[in-house]
Design a protein around this ligand. Sequence first.
Ligand SMILES: *[C@@H]1O[C@H](CO)[C@@H](O)[C@H](O)[C@H]1NC(C)=O
Ligand SMILES: *[C@@H]1O[C@H](CO)[C@@H](O)[C@H](O)[C@H]1NC(C)=O
Ligand SMILES: *[C@@H]1O[C@H](CO)[C@@H](O)[C@H](O)[C@H]1NC(C)=O
Ligand SMILES: *[C@@H]1O[C@H](CO)[C@@H](O)[C@H](O)[C@H]1NC(C)=O
Length: 413
Amino acid sequence: MNSFKVLFTLAFFVCLLERVKLLDNGLARTPPMGWMSWGYYMCGDNCLDQPHKCLDEELILSVVDTFYNDGYQEAGYEYIVIDDCWSERERDSDGRLVPDRNRFPHGMKFISDYIHSKGLKFGMYTNVANITCMHYPGSRGYFGIDAMTFAEWGVDYIKVDGCFVEESFLNTAYIKFGHYLNKTERPIVYSCSWPYYIEFKHNKTPDYSKVSAHCNLWRNYHDVYTSWPSVRDIVNHYKMAYSTLYQHHGPGGWNDPDMLIIGTESLTESQSRIQLSVFAMLSAPLLLSCDMTKITEYERSLLQNLDLIAIAQDPLGIMAQPYELTYFITLWVKKHLPMKGDKYHSFSFALVNLYRRNFTVSFTPGSYGLQSKDGYTVMDVFTGNYLRNITLEDSIIVTVPFEDVILYTLYAL
Ligand SMILES: *[C@@H]1O[C@H](CO)[C@@H](O)[C@H](O)[C@H]1NC(C)=O
Ligand SMILES: *[C@@H]1O[C@H](CO)[C@@H](O)[C@H](O)[C@H]1NC(C)=O
Ligand SMILES: *[C@@H]1O[C@H](CO)[C@@H](O)[C@H](O)[C@H]1NC(C)=O
Ligand SMILES: *[C@@H]1O[C@H](CO)[C@@H](O)[C@H](O)[C@H]1NC(C)=O
C-alpha cells in the first residue's frame, strides 16, 4: 500500500470507531417510543386546584390502558415515563426516595407491575443535583441508593436531568450514575440531559463522543412547550446542528429533540404532521406528552401510521440530512430499509414548509444518493398511495402547503 492508501484506510477505521462507540448495554437499538408526563402535565402536583393536570397513579394507569387498548402498543409505543414531581419532599430514614403518598398511594412497584403485566415498559426521572429542577429531592450524594431503588421498582428507563450543578460536576456525574445503573444489572435505558446543560446553561461545547459512550439518548436543546413556535424552533435547531449531531447517532444512542406535543390542542393537523415527520426522519425518540383521552381521530391515525413509524424506527437509525431547496423549503433526506437485494436502499424525502405561504418546488431524488438504474416507486406516506415511478433523472414538482410537509418514501424497483 502506498502512504496515501494507508492514511485513507486509517482515517476510514477512525471514522468507523467514532461511529460505533455508543453505549453498549444492548438497549434502545431503535429510538424509544412512548409517553412522558412533563410536556403536558408539567409538575402536576397541584391536584386540588388543577385536577386535569394531576400527575398521579390514576393518570399513569389510564395511559397504560390506552396504550394497551387503542393500538398504540402495536404501533410501537412502549415506555411510560413519570417525569419530575413524583416523590415526597423527604427521603425515608434509609435515605431512599419515597413516592408521593397521596398521588401514588400504592407506590412505584405497583405501577411498574401493572405496566409490565401489559407488556409495556416503565420510566422514571431524577436529577444529578441534590434537588430536582422542581425542587424535589435529587440524587446527588445518593447515586448508588437511587439506582438500586429504581432497579428494585422495575424501572426500564431513567431520565436524568441536569439542573443546578456546575459544568465539571455534569461531566463526572452522568458517567458515575451510569456506572451505578450498570451495577444494578437491570437493563435500564439511560436518558441524559447532559449536553443540553453544557451548551445552553454553561455555554460550552458538549463532548458528544463522551455523552454517546455513556447514555442511550441525550437532550440537545431546550424543553419543548405546548405551542407551534416551540416546535418550529426545535426543527430549525436540528437543521442547523445536523453536521455535529449526525455522527453521534445510531442504534443504542440517540439525539433527543424532546417530546411530541401532538394531542395537546396546540398544533393544527398540518403542524402535527411536521413535528411527527421531522422526528421520524431524524430517528428521534417518539415520546407523546398529552392527555390521551383528548387525542382526535386524525391525530391517532397519524401517530399510528405504520409507514411513518417504519421511517422513525428504521434499524439503521440514520439521522436525515437537511438541504435548503429554497430559503423557505427544507428537504430532509433519509436512507433506510428495506433494500432491494443487497445494494439499493429505500429513501424518504420530507419537504418541510415552516412558513405561512404555499410554495411550489422541484427536486431530483436521483441527486441524493439513489442508485437503482431500474428507478424507484414513490409512495405518499400520509395516504399510502403509490403516486408514480421515477428514473434517476426525473424531477418531482410539488406544492408544499403552508406550515405543512410532503413526505414520500421511495422504494427501489
Ligand atoms: C454493563 O456494562 C457492560 C459493559 O459495557 C455491558 O456489557 C452490560 O450489558 C451492561 N449491563 C447493564 C445491565 O447495563
Ligand atoms: C443541597 O445542596 C445545597 C448546597 O450545597 C445545600 O445548601 C442544601 O441544603 C442541600 N439540599 C438538600 C435537600 O440536601
Ligand atoms: C411502477 O412499477 C411497478 C413495477 O414495474 C409496477 O408494478 C407499477 O404498476 C408501477 N407503478 C406506477 C404508479 O406506474
Ligand atoms: C395552499 O394549499 C392548500 C392545500 O393544497 C390549498 O387548499 C390552498 O388553497 C392554497 N392556498 C393558496 C393561497 O394558494
